[in-house]
Design a protein around this ligand. Structure first.
Ligand code: NAD
Ligand code: 3PG
Length: 528
């Protein structure tokens, strides 16, 4: 099978070699598509690679029926509708590390340009104006830089600012006094940072909480003649409030690489001599572009070959060492979920998963997702995958519980899945036998030993002589060969089950005949 990948923003050709080298991937680069053209084109593609320009909207997912992966060659994913991606079961990956250095260097370039009015002076000179008076700057040495958001880029900026002999004070919800001390900077609340700084630079993502984080109230707290820099995302600084603060001489200068609307055109801010700007160039270096294209291409190849991505955005990342420990249980966990979903007659309201033995020591969240996927496929079809299983369960108000215990009743590992519906609770348990693979070892309270594969028939009956024979004869009349049979009973003459594996699927008419037999309560066919 060949997977088709559309690249809709300019990406480094040198960086996409992992895609070019993959035998089963065809790359198409079309970087001038309008939104409507993208909607038309996307239906033919399994993957889409973008930077910040392409808007990956809900409609893109609605049209992209074959889409499996969106790769963001960069950090910010605010141009991608993550909820729509998750709902559609499309995994989103990004490249969070590759452009950190370039973005930090660009921030420093903007900081210095702002302090020394280099763009304004250059512009005057280009216009043949030898104007030294209007372009007197300020030094960075001994000034305080306030950093809002001390993640990858913020921390790199802090190190560089210290190199300029600036004092640095930062606010980040995850910044501790101890970490700040180790970095040789000060840790403050956002108010303390805003009040103390001569220069303020923001390095948060654009989120609901950070939208207009720097607003009129924030400007009011700042020192007079403060200078502000935004090389993170347009919208973190309220552009209208910034305009007013510059007009009121509260803010002496602003350096902007990003804007609330991009591309920006004719904005009143750009007309102010205090404002210097670049058109979202923070990551635009040869090195950063190569790095992010390599990282994201590798993840796309990984995903399309069934592997685990390094930088998933809408799926919790699982470290490789943990993944290799739980990988052998993936098949079992999904089959248990799928098996159980066939046994219940109504929609699941609660799924309880119990991990025992050596599994109780492991990070089992990916197995839980896999089990839930197995259950939900019964109701929602192949559309359910690891990315959207938990999301879809939540949307359907299905409660998921994950439990661990070290006792295993003799098995080194045991997964028990219980599904509750409005009127019944059913459960199934399975284990991975060293060297023999997956086994279902219990159905409800009956002990069995069945490979969870192929066609099965589960018969609930009364423990009476002749019941087994009647089932065998009826199946034989339907030309169904029984491969294996397990029986279990609660007590002599009481309730019992037969678990048959058969060579071909028993059709509905065959099931009806079985159900009519004497002493038979219930018959369920399961194909895994
Ligand atoms: N201009 C560019 O071309 C360019 C290039 C790369 C990254 N970026 C942008 O830079 C920003 C930072 O990127 P990064 O790689 O450092 O991300 P990161 O995730 O490493 O760091 C973001 C930090 O912001 C902090 N944060 C979140 N909410 C906050 C809040 N309300 N107040 C204070 N801090 C808060 C987080 O705790 C985190 O430490 C992102 O918006 C990214 O899209 C822009
Ligand atoms: O979030 C990012 O990585 C930067 O904003 C870079 O965006 P770009 O890939 O469009 O340059």
């Amino acid at each position: 099978m060949t997977f088709r990948i559309l690249i809709s923003d300019p990406l480094s050709e040198d960086g996409i070699f992992p895609l070019r080298e993959a035998d089963n991937i065809e790359v198409v680069m079309e970087t001038d598509l309008t939104n409507d053209q993208l909607l038309e084109r996307i239906k033919d593609f399994d993957g889409l690679l973008v930077r910040s320009q392409t808007q990956v909207t809900k409609e893109v997912f609605a049209h992209g029926e074959k889409l499996k992966v969106i790769g963001r060659a960069g950090v910010g994913v605010d141009n991608i509708d993550l909820e729509a991606a998750t709902e559609a079961g499309v995994i989103v990956v990004n490249a969070p590390d590759g452009n950190t250095n370039s973005a930090a260097e660009h921030t420093m370039a903007m900081l210095m340009s702002l302090a020394r009015k280099i763009p304004q002076a250059y512009y005057a000179l280009k216009q043949e104006r030898w104007d030294r008076k209007s372009h007197v700057g300020v030094e960075l040495k001994n000034k305080t830089l306030g950093i809002v958001g001390l993640g990858r880029i913020g921390a790199e900026v802090a190190t560089r600012a210290k190199g300029q002999r600036m004092n640095v004070i930062a606010y980040d919800p995850f910044l501790t006094e101890e970490k700040a001390e180790n970095m040789g900077i000060e840790c403050g609340t956002i108010e303390e940072v805003l009040k103390a700084a001569d220069f303020i630079t923001v390095h948060t993502p654009l989120l609901k909480e950070t939208k207009h984080l720097i607003n009129q109230d924030a400007f009011d707290l700042m020192k007079d003649s403060v200078r502000v820099i935004n090389c993170a995302r347009g919208g973190i600084i309220d552009e209208d409030a910034l305009y007013e603060a510059i007009m009121a001489k509260k803010v002496a200068g602003a350096a902007l690489d990003v804007f609330e609307e991009e591309p920006i055109s004719n904005h009143k801010l750009l007309e102010l001599p205090e404002v210097i700007a670049t058109p979202h160039l923070g990551a635009s270096t040869v090195e950063a572009q190569e790095n992010v294209a390599i990282d994201v291409s590798r993840d796309v190849v990984n995903i399309l070959s069934g592997g685990v991505p390094q930088n998933p955005v809408n799926l919790p990342a699982v470290p490789q060492d943990i993944m290799s420990e739980i990988e052998p249980y993936f098949h079992l966990s999904e089959k248990l979920g799928a098996f159980l979903a066939r046994l219940v007659e109504e929609a699941a309201e609660e799924i309880n998963i119990y991990y025992a033995g050596e599994l109780s020591e492991l990070e089992v969240a990916p197995l839980t997702r896999n089990t839930v996927k197995g259950v939900l496929k019964r109701y929602l079809g192949d559309h359910v995958n690891d990315v959207n299983a938990a999301y879809l369960a939540e949307k359907k108000s299905i409660i998921i519980n994950e439990n661990k215990t070290s006792t295993t009743k003799g098995f080194t590992n045991l997964i028990t899945v219980e599904v509750k519906t409005k009127s019944e609770t059913r459960k199934v348990a399975g284990t991975l036998l060293n060297g023999y693979g997956a086994r279902i070892i219990k159905v409800d309270n009956y002990r069995v030993d069945v490979i969870p594969e192929g066609h099965m028939v589960l018969v609930h009956h009364k423990d009476q002589p002749g019941a087994i024979g009647r089932v065998g004869t009826t199946l034989a009349k339907d030309n169904i060969n029984i491969a294996t049979m397990q029986v279990g009973r609660s007590d002599v003459g009481g309730d019992a089950i037969m678990m048959l594996t058969v060579d071909k699927q028993v059709e509905q008419t065959g099931l009806e005949l079985l159900k009519e037999l004497e002493d038979i309560y219930k018959v369920t066919a399961v194909t895994l």
